[in-house]
Write a protein that binds this ligand. Sequence first.
Ligand code: ADP
Length: 610
Amino acid sequence: MSTPGGPGPSRLDASLARGSEAEGPERLDAGVEHELRARLLRESGLALFGHPVLIALIAALAWSDAPHSVLLGWAVAVVLATVIRAIWLRLVMGRSLTDRALRQGVRLTVLLLGLAWGVGAAVVVRLMPIEDVALVLVVLAGIVAGALTTLTADPPSFYALLGSMVVPLFASLIASAHERVYLVSAAVTALFAVAMGLVYWKAHIALLEHLAVMGRLALSDATAKRERAFLDSVFQSVPDAILVVDREGRMRAANPGFATLFGYSVAEVVGQRIGEALVPPQARDAHLDLVRRVNAGETVVAEVERRRKDGQMVTVQLAAAPVVGHPGGARLLVYTDLTARKRAEEAMRQARDLAERTGRARAAFLANMSHEIRTPMNAVLGFVELILDTELTTEQRRALELVRSSSEALLTILNDILDYSKIEAEHLELESIPFDLSKLVHATSSLLAVRAREKHLELLADVPPDLPRMVRGDPTRIRQVLTNLIGNAIKFTEEGEVVVSIAGTGMEDGQARLRFGVRDTGIGIAAEQLTTIFEEFTQADASMTRRYGGTGLGLAISQKLVRLMGGELAVTSALGQGSDFYFTVALPVETVAATPGSQPAVVVGRRVLV
Ligand code: ADP
């Protein structure tokens, strides 16, 4: 009918697994409940066959002393109750009854059986000699004792059995108490019932505790198994190659990523020495050093070459660390394949080299071309100047002046391109010669004074008296930058002033930090164009070219020159209000031997040039 045996961990484990999706204590309770229920059914079935046998025994032994009809009636009642209980159990097996229905069924059938025994016994004991009564009492005591185990899972069932057997019997014994021996039997029965009740309760509690402990064990075992399985699948799924090596350098475990990277199957490498399998001869020393460091507790990350099974080398990033808390001194090695990254880096390097070579070739070509064009252009200009000095008709003069201004514009563009190409091709070297700051600013500004005057602009040079007079640097390049900035300022200003200034912003290791600035009251530059105007061939507005001319190279060249001198050309500007271009460079100060009574060559201070 059912399998005998106690609630082993495996069965409880299965109960837990079926119990519920819940975790922890809830899951444990569900497991215990399930086991109690299973036990109740199992054990109930087990003891059933005892009842007909026992009643038959009593009937046989008391046959000569008690009325046969009573004995037979009792036996029939017991057998009937047993059959009802057996049928009910059979019906219930394999059905998913609710807990409540199941327990109620068990209790009812047990009560029925108890009543059959108890009421039968109560009737019979009054009709029997005392020896037979003793036999009945022993049999009933045996049944109750047996129920201690068969009904341990459900106290109401047990108490129903106990009560239904003992109460009628006790009443009948008391009723026959005119003989002392019956009174004693009643007392013994009552005592026995109370003792059984207590023993049962202890057994029930002990069972609950036992199941809870077993359940907890099964649960923690199941959790540990799940954790282990999870960690194992993480280990298997890592795309990098993972290897565990023992203290002697023997490979102990590897993941599929390792097999993919090195071409060995996992089973093949386990037990092999890592040094022999993976490390190429030329890398042995470095490998030993790495092992030593890891054994000393260090985590080492290095880019290394390792050998695949097919003999091919593979560049990998190796991260090696001791396995924390492992007494055997195992090491964990993680290899990341760098082949793809190396290939990409190489491709990028080649592309960059090519781009640099192309850039240099283009700049060199531009430099050569503009140089070649500039020489005849100078000759053209020279001859135009010569012819302009001769007698000419008005018509001819106008035409030639047009030729001259066009040639000059062309020459400016050529010079820009030449400079730019030189800087790009890295041919441009800065000079380092002493020069007079104030003279430089005034001379540069004066050169452009004519253009300012033509546009009725005020051109001012602002050189404070406390500036160092002589500094060391490249005056030609500073002049070139200033010329470009002043030229632009005049070009983009219709009325107002252009101020060229220098200011000392401090001394550092014998070098004066000098801020050069060119400010105008011209058209200004829109905020969104402030950053792009320093790029090659960029103008704030495309219509500028038509209106003001220019190549868009001037600021790009100036920026490169200023950067070569260690500064940065910057601008602040507001549309319609003007612009302020400035840069700061540090130039070594030249000491000038003071001659008594000598005057500075150029007047310093704010000076109106136009
Ligand atoms: P170019 O003057 O030959 O066009 P630049 O590189 O010198 O080239 O100047 C780039 C652009 O920056 C000019 O076209 C103009 O739009 C703007 N810009 C430069 N200086 C000024 C200025 N002082 N005021 C307003 N706009 C300026």
